[in-house]
Design a protein around this ligand. Sequence first.
Ligand SMILES: Cc1cc2nc3c(=O)[nH]c(=O)nc-3n(C[C@H](O)[C@H](O)[C@H](O)COP(=O)(O)O)c2cc1C
Length: 354
Amino acid sequence: MSTKRPRVLVLTCSTRPRALGPAVGRWLLDAVADRAEELEIDLVPVALADLDLPLLDEREHPSSGVYEQEHTRRWSAIVDAADGFIAVTPEYNYGMPAALKNALDYLGHEWAWKPIGFVSYGNTSAGTRAVQHAQQVVTTLRLVPIGATVAIRIGDAVAHGRLRPDTRRDALGVALLDELVRAAYALRPMRDRERAATVPGPLPGSYARRLTPLDAAEVTVLQRACWVEEALTNDTLDIPALHESLEQVTAWLADWRTTGLWLDGRLLGMVRIRRAEGDWQLGRLAVVPDLRGRGIGRWLLRTAEAAAGAESGRIVLHTGARSLRNIGLYESEGYRSTPDVGPTGTVRLAKTHA
Ligand SMILES: Cc1cc2nc3c(=O)[nH]c(=O)nc-3n(C[C@H](O)[C@H](O)[C@H](O)COP(=O)(O)O)c2cc1C
């Protein structure tokens, strides 16, 4: 859930010929299609039968992430790109089908901190024992089972190999999707923190990652909160960060390399940098008001400078002429004021990036 719409895999878990599973999966996809559009998520049907996964044949433990087999790499990429799962599963001998257990066993980190919901089907128990069995297993993988389920008694629900229309069941399917998507968003900070594209931040548990246009809402709130003090200090409302629209923020997030510092889903700070006219332009250094004085601004500044990489040149920025605290920070990091003219009421500072 970083630069794309959230993606929910609908896993059809039975693999035998003429199985009922595909019909149950089709019902679910139809029942929740409209809600998926409202929630702006992608539903991706995946039949375990199509994956051609033999019984686990990797030499290394899945937690190593070392995969020798092409089928494992393919499955890993599919699961890694997902934000949540709905398993459409039968009950076989009071448990989950072996194909589902095998597909789970193949991977490790790809499952972590993603929600999983179940649509089960069977005879008297409506597949609920398969769900209980699967729930025990999935928690080991840091998959997070949600409470909402749909349990279908075949005798009541199926006629001629298809599910009979049932608006109550449809509503349960939608409720399951709703809960799954909420859990997927809530777990996002847990997922983000473990991704390779993040770096540990200066506060325990915090992490930094590149911000994208999908972060525009948080960025807009952060900059409005942070630049109020600038407005008061410099006695002006003529500060773009104060009144940029969501669309304008979305647009510049696509152009700048912006680093965001996060803690448990909260955006604590940010900074942006880009190459322009032979210089590095740096700006929008912001830290939430309640966490000032903890070294976050300095950390962000250095992180942005590091993002400039090996390409040398001046790093230039501007800040309010009366923003003495900001100026003090920049000067202590080697920035010096330049004679260039910046926007009215600002000073321009620069340092050479080696
Ligand atoms: C190997 C096997 C074991 C089964 N065990 C159970 C069971 O424990 N409980 C149950 O309610 N139904 C059980 N059934 C009946 C299934 O619920 C029913 O056949 C269902 O259609 C299986 O799903 P599928 O057609 O998608 O494979 C079992 C079926 C099979 C093939």
